[in-house]
Write a protein that binds this ligand. Sequence first.
Ligand SMILES: [Zn+2]
Length: 443
Amino acid sequence: MPLKLYNTLSRKKEVFKPISKVKINFFVCGPTVYDYSHLGHAKTYVQFDMIVKYLRFREYKVNYLQNITDIDDKIIKRANESGENWKKVSKEYEKFYKEDMKALGIDSVRRYASATDHIKEIISQVRRLIKKGYAYKISDGWYFDLKKDKDYGKLAGRTSLGAEDSVSRIDENKGKRNPGDFCLWKFSKPGEPVWKAEIGDGRPGWHIEDTAITEKEFGPQYDIHGGGIDLIFPHHEAEIAQMESISGKKPMVRYWMHTDFLKMNKEKMSKSLGNFKTIRDLLKNHKKSTIRYLFASTHYRKPIEFSEEALENAKNSVERLKNLVSELKDDKKTNQKYLEEFQKEVDDDVNLPNGLAVLWTLLRDKDAKGKLKTVEKIDRVFCFDLLKREKEGITKEVRKLVNQREKLRKQKNFLEADNIRHKINNLGFIIEDTEKGVVVKRK
Ligand SMILES: [Zn+2]
């Protein structure tokens, strides 16, 4: 059974065929580092983390690249408000972002690439667009002329004439040829960050950094580009326009993958709407495994409604999984039947919720062999740390009490045994007497 991916460009599931047998080049839009990341970002990055980990489970070598937008109007605004240097602001929030990602168990990214480390490549792209007649200059910078690109709109299913609604606040200028034309290179105003350039001293527009970075790292064509669905238009559409106009090679990207929103009170979680929770705040009271379970239990192309109740359910599910795993005996082999079943389900456009269902069935299957090794392998995709409990949890003190209680029960001294049970409870653990013996769990 082949792996299939839903491609936003063709609007259907396609059999995945990488460009090269050696490795898959995979790019996901990273953050603009001007504030703390919220849970909406966490959904995108956790889901892509699991997608990449699944590709690695399928033994593909994935070269996962993310950009860091460390120069942007929002950063400059933030720096002006706080009276700090823009570079200090972006460096600080980049550090926070990476800490948050680590805390969420996101360790699949091979390389982070900052916009400000690619100014030379960005200028080179703008120059090539100018030379080929796709770019024009007005008072505040160089713009991409949408009329010159007949393909514009193919990703989002719009035409260049319908691009007016995409006019972002940062690219407004009355001198533009078409309302949807986007800025490639901005001439810096006094006091703004500036880079010397023959095309005029200035700073990069938003969309051009991605194509400059991916062209340098991957070349003009690569396998997979991911991001949240709100980036399809105009951001990803603009990327296609830039890169395909420069190189003349199509498609720039073979498979476009987009994750749907995290919602809160039925609206997209976003900073501008004010209905957001930062990743940091949430991690104060919740484990990463809870958050990862929440994002694994709904398909990445569907929205998730965030609530405390949803988190609580996710937390309980992870606990139940851990309890089932804690009872497993060591075995040397994996269960091939279940591994194949897992792969068959997840191969359908990285259907992790169905994969999760296979994991549950495996753990509830009394006759299945090789459970522990199989769970270990599957959990490399989810990273719920299902096998970690033994190492982190039960202390020597608790184990001693459990053994004491066992002795007392054998002597039929149930009263004293029950006292010890209370002591164990007070230490934060519960014990269950099962057919196979005593099971100790964290409360
Ligand atoms: Zn991007």
